[in-house]
Write a protein that binds this ligand. Structure first.
Ligand code: RIB
Length: 309
């Protein structure tokens, strides 16, 4: 039986307010959307849920708001079997929320209001140190303060714990802080913002990956949406092609990739195959509406993997 990985996510939790629409209002205009969905989201929480559904033991380090959404978010983690010892409610702050707009082709646009996510500080990482030290892998994103992200990367490096950083949403990064990071996993637009280079096609994405590797990151994976992903290290780069699915909503697909990838790696699946499986897990998540609620559990995923192998 595969080793059951312990994954710690230091990151965000949001409530997703998803509107399905054929068009966007002009300034001063009111129009009708087609459908609405309320769900648990946030890049960190989504990655934690994907890892949990793939079978890992998962520990969340997060901050939620002093509103209806805070306790509901904690309860959602608990119901899924995610450890919430280090998820705390912050008085006087709202929870993170994300109005999301999805077009008929499944393409999404997301606006994030960070709220309590911004209150997750380096001292909170220290408070969770014993939990983090026991993890096989620490997963990070950019919806919490950058100082906390950098601090956690150093913590992981000091304790020899594998660390995966998903730099989403894109922000300008102090590349020297990423030295020694095991996996840096942007999508094309995040790679473009961070490197100030185009990542429009595979050749450009390879150049972005080279630049990131030159800054001391050990491995770069650029997720390319419907074009699969690019895995790059000092040994070279490889394009892992996409899986064909009928996409209805791509929200959270990047998070599905990260959470599942952390689990496959932790189980000892070879890196290239772990990326290939994460490509499939992410693609399958786009066949359902919403973020966490569109993620497959392990049994369903394994059936799909078998059917496509
Ligand atoms: O990656 C999708 C996520 O981005 C959504 O769940 C939303 O909350 C934002 O964090």
């Amino acid at each position: 039986m595969a080793h059951r990985p312990k994954i710690a996510v230091v990151g965000s939790a949001n409530i997703d307010l998803t509107t399905f629409t054929n068009q966007f209002p002009k300034p001063g205009e009111t129009i009708f959307g087609q459908r609405f969905d309320l769900g648990f989201g946030g890049k960190g929480a989504n990655q934690a849920v994907a890892a949990r559904l793939c079978g890992a033991e998962v520990f969340m380090v997060a901050r939620v708001g002093d509103d209806l959404f805070g306790p509901a978010t904690i309860e959602n983690f608990r119901k899924l079997g995610i450890d919430t010892t280090h998820v705390k409610q912050i008085e006087g702050l709202s929870s993170g929320v994300a109005p999301i707009f999805v077009e008929p082709n499944g393409q999404n646009r997301i606006l994030v209001v960070k709220g309590a996510n911004d209150a997750l500080k380096p001292a909170d990482v220290d408070a969770a140190a014993e939990t983090l030290k026991a993890a096989d892998c620490i997963v990070l994103q950019f919806e919490i303060p950058l100082e906390t992200v950098y601090y956690t990367i150093q913590f992981a490096r000091r304790h020899g714990i594998r660390c995966i950083l998903n730099p989403a949403p894109a922000q300008s990064v102090e590349l020297s802080e990423l030295k020694g990071l095991d996996y840096f996993v942007p999508n094309e637009s995040e790679a473009e913002t961070i490197t100030a280079q185009s990542a429009k096609d595979l050749a450009d994405a390879k150049k972005c990956a080279q630049q990131l590797l030159a800054s001391g990151v050990k491995r770069v994976i650029i997720t390319l949406g419907a074009n699969g992903s690019l895995l790059a290290s000092a040994d070279g780069s490889e394009h892992l092609p996409p899986f064909q699915v009928n996409s209805v909503d791509s929200s959270g697909a990047g998070d599905a990739f990260i959470g599942s990838f952390a689990v496959f790696l932790g189980e000892g699946v070879p890196e290239r195959e772990a990326v290939r499986r994460a490509n499939l897990y992410a693609a399958l998540s786009t066949t359902g509406v919403g973020t966490q609620k569109s993620f497959y559990d392990r049994a369903r995923f394994d059936d799909e993997l078998d059917a496509r192998s």
